[in-house]
Design a protein around this ligand. Structure first.
Ligand code: OOG
Ligand code: MG
Length: 258
């Protein structure tokens, strides 16, 4: 029988020890998506009990590039805490991760809560800030492979670190038409368009409203949302200076130190 508490504890310990574990569905093929979201929520509960604060939500697997890379084909969410956030221009250490990857994203700051069944205009009206963002993923599973949506959802959708650039006003900004260029140590590592994020990053918010309602997560005013990667993720193996440029938004820098 699947014990969501035990599975949350297993993933929590693996993360703290920086140790890869076997995907959960190898042992529990009956792990459903609903149970996996419970495991995720219990894992966040463990982090909150240890003093972390929930800071936002991320959408994942919203772009074709990512779906092909991971061979998983539906959007998912994960919960972000303050301990995962690195300041613009700040650094995290390679030694904090098991096998991390970085991806360029667009972040939204919400002035109103998300709910299910929103139109695009309603979702857009919830946004009071837009920023360039970098998400650094890490998976607790062997070889960064999980083979099924429940595995990745239980592992908080591979959340590890994220950084958000200065917020810009959404007014007059067409978030469907932004170009993202990410460099690693000065060399172009990934380039994509914001239309690769769910066809329109605001659609990620609409999908998050639906998924969150389905799985009992609140996405309140003040929440930060990462709308999903615009490109496949790039593996980070040695100290790297990361830089993200998005036209119409202030740039963002992040450093992975030794
Ligand atoms: C799952 C998380 C995907 C994104 O932006 O697509 C994600 C993964 O790739 O491990 O964060
Ligand atoms: Mg992401």
């Amino acid at each position: 029988m699947v014990d969501p508490f035990a599975l949350a504890g297993r993933l929590h310990a693996a993360r703290l020890d920086r140790r890869e574990i076997e995907r959960l569905t190898a042992e529990f093929p009956e792990l459903s998506l609903a149970l996996a979201y419970q495991v995720q929520a219990l894992g966040i509960g463990l982090r909150v009990a240890a003093g972390e604060r929930v800071a936002g939500v991320k959408m994942g697997l919203t772009s074709e590039g990512k779906r092909r890379q991971m061979d998983l084909h539906a959007p998912v969410y994960g919960v972000l805490t303050d301990a995962m956030q690195v300041a613009d221009g700040g650094a995290f250490s390679l030694t904090e991760a098991i096998h991390c990857k970085v991806e360029p994203e667009i972040a939204f700051r919400l002035a109103r809560p998300l709910r299910s069944g929103m139109t695009r205009a309603e979702a857009w009206a919830c946004v009071d800030g837009v920023a360039a963002a970098l998400e650094v993923l890490d998976s607790r599973y062997t070889g960064f492979k999980y083979f099924s949506l429940p595995d990745v959802v239980a592992d908080n959708s591979s959340s590890f670190r994220f950084a958000v650039g200065p917020w810009a006003s959404p007014e007059g900004l067409d978030v469907r038409d932004l170009e993202l260029r990410m460099t690693c140590n000065g060399a172009l590592a990934a380039a994509g368009r914001s239309s690769e994020i769910s066809g329109d990053p605001v659609v990620s918010l609409m999908q998050l409203g639906d998924l969150a309602a389905q799985h009992g997560l609140a996405v309140p005013a003040g929440c930060l949302v990462l709308s999903g990667a615009a490109t496949a993720a790039v593996a980070l193996e040695r100290p790297t200076e990361l830089d993200l440029r998005v036209n119409g938004l202030p740039p963002l820098r992040l450093c992975m130190s030794a």
